[in-house]
Design a protein around this ligand. Structure first.
Ligand SMILES: NC(=O)c1ccc[n+]([C@@H]2O[C@H](COP(=O)([O-])OP(=O)(O)OC[C@H]3O[C@@H](n4cnc5c(N)ncnc54)[C@H](O)[C@@H]3O)[C@@H](O)[C@H]2O)c1
Ligand SMILES: N[C@@H](CCC=O)C(=O)O
Length: 513
């Protein structure tokens, strides 16, 4: 087995790569408008109720019509997962890791096809879609290796005449609920972590990007995953969300999404139901309100580049996106000017044509951002953007507000769109205090040349992922374990060395010789 190394990003300045992605678009277009089934215990089930998954850059383009699981199918999937667990829990660590290695190889071979689906279904610009596919491959490769490291458990001591072991065993049926914004990477990462550790899975992907999830299940099947291990049940959260979270046989919930939904799942999972024999675990990766602090000593060109990339790549629709800048007063105006200049040069349009920014995901997102544009105008001063074009697709222009206080609403609430606000601080300690003064604690960055300030931030800036002299997005599996403090979740650190154990329980055995 070769050591883990992250998947390289594609260089789209090369003609051969451009052609390969354009070929990917041709391949996937043949399936546009198709009906997609649920997959329960390996059986394809087309339901009457279907939900359209469409291209947010071209609303008329239907990527697929996804069957929707109701209560009946959700319970059928639970039965299948429970039954399959009886055998799957006995499968070897090697077998399970091999499924992931094979799945990674299949995705790598068809990389441009998956990237094309992400451009079309999630509205991702080429580079962002490529990074999403690369991260999905990374999760498969990394968790396959991590799992093998756990196969003999951990060393414990034995006394003379005694043989002790400490092993990891699976939990049971896991409910995996994934978001649309990393529709491939997070869905594949959370699903593969749950299954490689010997659990069976109910996968409820986001309805806003479920075709990519269906295609991933096909990959798992091709890679040799036995039927019933992962049961694919897209469906309305209202109809099947609470039902499965509250189900007595759900052993754990692996959720990635917004703060409100995460909290509600956390609360509901804590209630012990009649007949329930395990306390449910919840792995929750939630929202962010991420700050870049720019110090007096900073390289302001580097700072401006980091802010623009973190705030506007994929239209700010990352939990890690920078939506707050706290700049030291003496460099604030020069930094703002540089950010506005760069922002005004960004291209926005259909991501199939490789614009820097594509659309936001849907009408609800446009409405929410529109509301915050008004709030921003009341609380501060609009410096760039502020325009919306919701005709053909859901386009929101990159927007910069200045003159804000760090505790204004625009600087406190997650917007999840291409909007960044600027506030000033008088000294570095105050800047870190302002950065910390949100309910969230996911990512952050500090741009500085001052070594003491780096160490102060390392100690005091309370976020799960803190970066120095770079952007605050783009964590790489195995290099930057990802997850946040406070209302950003349970700090479960996806893509890190402790992640798989969250899906397992430790069992001690002691044998007298
Ligand atoms: N911390 C992280 O790693 C991370 C990563 C990606 C996204 N996010 C966050 O996710 C949010 C954006 O994603 P989203 O819009 O898909 O979030 P969301 O909370 O609206 O939905 C997430 C998932 O939960 C499902 N869901 C919604 N209500 C449910 C319920 N009552 N019961 C069960 N399932 C339910 C949705 O169908 C979807 O699959 C942002 O807040 C972003 O910051 C966090
Ligand atoms: N892991 C991603 C963010 C995932 C949330 O949207 C990053 O580091 O930018």
């Amino acid at each position: 087995m070769i050591p883990y190394k992250h998947e390289p990003f594609t260089d789209f300045s090369l003609d051969e790569n451009k052609e390969a992605l354009n070929k990917g678009f041709e391949t996937i277009k043949k399936d546009f408008g198709s009906d997609y089934p649920l997959i329960i215990n390996g059986e394809r089930i087309l339901t009457d109720k279907k939900l359209e998954s469409y291209n947010p850059a071209k609303k008329s383009e239907v990527i697929g019509n996804m069957s929707q699981a109701g209560e009946k199918e959700a319970l059928q999937a639970m039965d299948a997962a429970k039954e399959t667990f009886k055998e799957w829990r006995k499968s070897s660590f090697e077998f399970r890791s091999d499924v992931l290695f094979k799945a990674a190889a299949i995705v790598r071979k068809r990389k441009f096809e998956f990237t094309a689906v992400l451009v079309k279904e999630a509205g991702k610009p080429w580079k962002e879609a490529d990074a999403d596919t690369a991260e999905a491959i990374d999760f498969l490769e990394y968790y396959a290796r991590q799992n093998l490291e756990l196969k003999d458990g951990r060393k414990v001591e034995s006394r003379p005449g005694e043989f002790n072991r400490f092993d990891y065993i699976p939990l049971g049926v896991g409910l995996v609920i994934s978001p649309w914004n990393f529709a491939f990477a997070i869905m594949a990462g959370t699903t593969s972590a749950a299954l490689v550790t010997g659990n069976t899975v109910l996968l409820k992907p986001s309805s806003k990007a479920s075709v990519i999830a269906y295609k991933f299940i096909e990959v798992l099947e091709e890679a040799g995953l036995p039927k019933g291990v992962v049961n694919f049940i897209p469906g309305s959260s209202r109809e099947i969300g609470d039902l499965l979270v509250e189900h007595k046989d759900t052993a754990f919930v692996s959720f990635t999404g917004s703060r409100d939904v995460g909290i509600s799942i956390y609360e509901k999972a804590a209630i012990v139901q009649d007949g329930q024999v395990n306390l449910k675990r919840v792995i929750a990766e939630m929202g962010g309100k991420d700050t870049i602090v720019v110090d007096s000593s900073a390289d302001l060109d580097l700072a401006a580049d980091a802010i623009v990339k973190s705030a506007f790549a994929f239209s700010g629709q990352k939990c890690s996106a920078c939506s707050r800048v706290i700049a030291l007063s003496d460099i604030h105006d020069e930094l703002l000017e540089k950010v506005v200049e760069r922002t005004n040069k960004l291209t926005i349009g259909d991501p199939e044509n490789d614009n820097y920014m594509g659309p936001v995901i849907d009408d609800a997102s446009v409405e929410k951002i529109e509301k915050y544009l008004e709030i921003g105008k009341e609380e501060g001063e609009l410096k760039a953007g502020g325009k919306i074009d919701n005709e053909t697709g859901h386009f929101v222009h990159p927007t910069v507000f200045a003159g804000l206080k760090h505790d204004d609403r625009l600087m406190q609430e997650e917007i999840f769109g291409p909007v960044v606000g600027f506030a000033k601080a008088d000294n570095f300690t105050e800047a870190v205090e302002f950065a910390n003064d949100t309910d969230y604690g996911l990512t952050g960055a500090v741009i500085t040349k001052n070594r003491e300030h780096i160490e102060e931030a390392r100690r005091d800036f309370m976020v799960g992922n803190l970066y120095f002299n770079r952007d605050c997005t783009g964590a790489i599996v195995g290099y930057h374990p990802f997850g946040g403090f406070k209302m950003s979740g349970t700090d479960s650190k996806a893509g890190g060395p402790d992640y798989l154990q969250l899906h397992m329980q430790g069992k001690t055995t002691s044998e007298m010789l």
